[in-house]
Structures are given as structure tokens and as C-alpha cells.
Design a protein around this ligand. Structure first.
Ligand SMILES: Nc1ncnc2c1ncn2[C@@H]1O[C@H](COP(=O)(O)OP(=O)(O)OP(=O)(O)O)[C@@H](O)[C@H]1O
Ligand SMILES: [Mg+2]
Length: 321
């Protein structure tokens, strides 16, 4: 099947921390040569510790930050080569849902006006009556009470606001939604409701997700495949079930063994030591070697590339089998 999204050797470089005089000598390779694919209607989970580059990758795919090099093929077309006006025309196909829905909702607009704006920009509803009918339909899909279109964002709970964010993303009938930690700011009980809603919508609308989270249990529940990121690079990719039951990379093993509900009895218990190294001065060789319990001499000098280790599985570790 032709992928909906194909990311090829994507790189994003930020200026590094500034010194006392405001000068920035170093650079941060926040995303360092990431390649991945997402099929139509597929949910790909992206996990990894804070600062490993998940948000930057998601934003670079949607061109909300500019990539330094690589390709982002959406339905075969390289979005990094599009002019600003071409990009505006394509934007509706790929939307983003944020951790904090407040950041994507204008507090001064009613929910109806926010959704109406999205419909108008992309000419997706005919006249006032058509627009209102569509807005009510969208709000019903995401489980908000009747009359919600007349209210303002602050009149809703956090979970409801996230539903509004989802309705706003859905308004333009996207094919892909990048969900950046969409439930981590919510209560656990509300998290499950929002995850279930995303799952229902995926089935009903054949939506593809790039689902960013540091919660492996949520990702395993929602996603068919998982990509594990460490210090700007992917270190393991594979079917969600396999990655969680038999993680191949020691870093994935550490993430999995920290989540008791994954029932991964055979997985070696690895406790991660220390913080992730700074992306300004990444370690030589395998970037995980300073924290890896099984690292050998060559892990300190030779960087392992992603290689195939089984059906649809890849890992970047010299020692994984
Ligand atoms: N605008 C920016 N300018 C400079 N450096 C940045 C900028 N945004 C992010 N970074 C750096 O890039 C790296 C990746 O950040 P990013 O926000 O993508 O990580 P993340 O995996 O989403 O983390 P979290 O789980 O905390 O959301 C970090 O080292 C961060 O400090
Ligand atoms: Mg982030």
C-alpha cells in the first residue's frame, strides 16, 4: 500500500543555548535523520523521554517548524518543497491536536465561531445554515452537549475542551492528525474517554494518527505500530504488541519495564540511570551507551543504524537479535 505519509531522513536543527552575551555557538539536532511511514487509516505511536524530539518531529512534518533537510512526502508530494500558498491549500489534510487545547482555541470566540472559521477558510460548508448544521454535527460526533456552539471555551472542563480541539481538527476532514500528548494534561478517567473517542473516530473516518505520548500503555492500546525515539533518532520501530511484549532495544526494554500493566513478564527489568544526555553534545557511538546496561566497547565508538530484525521490525542496536 502507498503510505499516506513518508518521512525520509528528516533533520531539524535549532540554535543551541545562548551564553551570557546572547551568542549561540552550538546547535541542537532535535530531529536527527528520522525516517518513518504512516499508512492511510493507521495509528503510529511515537514514544520517548522528555526532550527527545517528539514534538519537533510532529511540528516539522506539518511545517510548523522548518526542517533543515530531508523529505516529508504526503500522498507522494514533498511538503518541504511547497510554497506558502501551496501549503495553505494542503493544510486541511493534516491537522494537529495539542496537549493543551487552550493553545489552539481562541478564548474570545464561541466554540461555534472557532469551528466556523475553520470551515470558512477551506470553503467546507454552504451558507450560514449549512455551516451551523455542520458545526452541530461535529460537536455531536465528539460527544459534546447540544447548544455547545454558543458557549465559550472557558465554560467547559479540560476533557470537554479537548473534545472541542478534536472537533476543530476534524472540521476540515483531515487524513492525518498529529496528536501531541493529547491526554497527558487530563485526569486518568477522562484520558480513557478521549482515547476511546480518538479510536472510534479513527475507525469511522479512516483517520491516520501520529500519536505522540510518553505513556506506553496508552500508545499500545491505540496504535498499531510504535516508533521509539531517543535523542533525535528512532531506535526501534515495530508492531505495538511486539514492541511492548518483546522489546529489542535496551532503551525500549527500560521504558516497557517501567509500565507494570504491560504484562511483559519476559522483558529484562532495566531501570534507566540518569537523565538523557544533552542533544547539544550527544555521546559518541550509540547515543544510549552511557545509560545502557549491556553496552560493549564498540557501542562507544560505532553508531548503530536502524536494521530489520523481523516482520516489520527495526532496531538500532549492535546487540539486539
Ligand atoms: N524552539 C526551540 N529552540 C531551541 N531548542 C529547542 C526548541 N524547541 C525544542 N528545543 C530543543 O529540542 C529538543 C527536542 O525538544 P522537543 O520539544 O521536540 O522534545 P519532546 O520529545 O517533545 O519533549 P517533551 O516530552 O518534554 O514534550 C530539546 O532538547 C529541546 O530543548
Ligand atoms: Mg513534546
Amino acid at each position: 500500500m502507498i503510505p499516506l505519509l513518508e518521512v525520509d531522513a528528516l533533520q531539524v536543527v535549532y540554535p543551541g543555548p545562548r551564553d551570557l552575551w546572547g551568542r549561540s555557538r552550538n546547535t541542537v539536532n532535535a530531529v536527527n535523520g528520522v525516517s518513518l511511514t504512516v499508512a492511510p487509516g493507521e495509528a503510529l505511536g511515537l514514544v520517548g523521554e522528555s526532550g527527545c524530539g517528539k514534538t519537533t518531529l510532529g511540528r516539522a512534518i506539518l511545517r510548523l517548524v522548518e526542517a533543515s533537510s530531508g523529505r516529508v512526502l504526503f500522498q507522494g508530494e514533498d511538503w518541504l518543497q511547497l510554497s506558502p500558498s501551496e501549503l495553505r491549500g494542503r493544510r486541511r489534510h493534516a491537522q494537529m491536536i495539542f496537549q493543551d487545547p487552550n493553545s489552539s482555541l481562541n478564548p474570545r470566540l464561541t466554540v461555534g465561531a472557532s469551528l466556523g472559521e475553520a470551515l470558512e477558510i477551506h470553503h467546507l460548508a454552504n451558507g450560514r445554515a449549512g455551516r451551523l448544521a455542520r458545526i452541530r454535527e461535529l460537536l455531536a460526533w465528539v460527544g459534546l452537549p447540544e447548544g455547545s456552539e454558543k458557549r465559550y471555551p472557558h465554560e467547559f472542563s479540560g476533557g470537554q475542551r479537548q473534545r472541542i480541539g478534536i472537533a476543530r481538527a476534524l472540521a476540515v476532514e483531515p487524513k492525518l492528525i498529529v496528536c501531541d500528548e493529547p491526554v497527558s494534561a487530563l485526569d486518568v478517567s477522562v484520558q480513557a474517554q478521549i482515547v476511546n473517542l480518538l479510536q472510534e473516530l479513527q475507525g469511522a473516518r479512516r483517520l491516520a494518527y501520529l500519536f505522540i505520548s510518553h505513556d506506553l500503555a496508552v500508545v499500545e492500546h491505540l496504535c498499531a505500530r510504535i516508533a521509539v525515539m531517543y535523542l533525535g533518532r528512532l531506535v526501534e520501530v515495530g508492531p505495538a504488541r511486539d514492541v511492548c511484549r518483546t522489546p529489542a532495544h535496551p532503551y525500549t526494554q527500560a521504558l516497557v519495564s517501567a509500565v507494570p500493566q504491560l504484562h511483559s513478564d519476559g522483558v529484562p527489568r532495566i531501570q534507566l540511570r540518569g537523565d538523557p544526555p544533552s542533544p547539544v553534545t550527544p555521546p559518541s557511538g550509540c547515543p544510549f551507551h552511557p545509560r545502557c546496561p549491556v553496552a560493549e566497547a564498540r557501542c562507544r565508538t560505532e553508531r548503530p543504524l536502524l536494521r530489520v530484525i523481523g516482520q516489520d521490525r527495526q532496531v538500532a542496536c549492535h546487540l539486539a537479535v
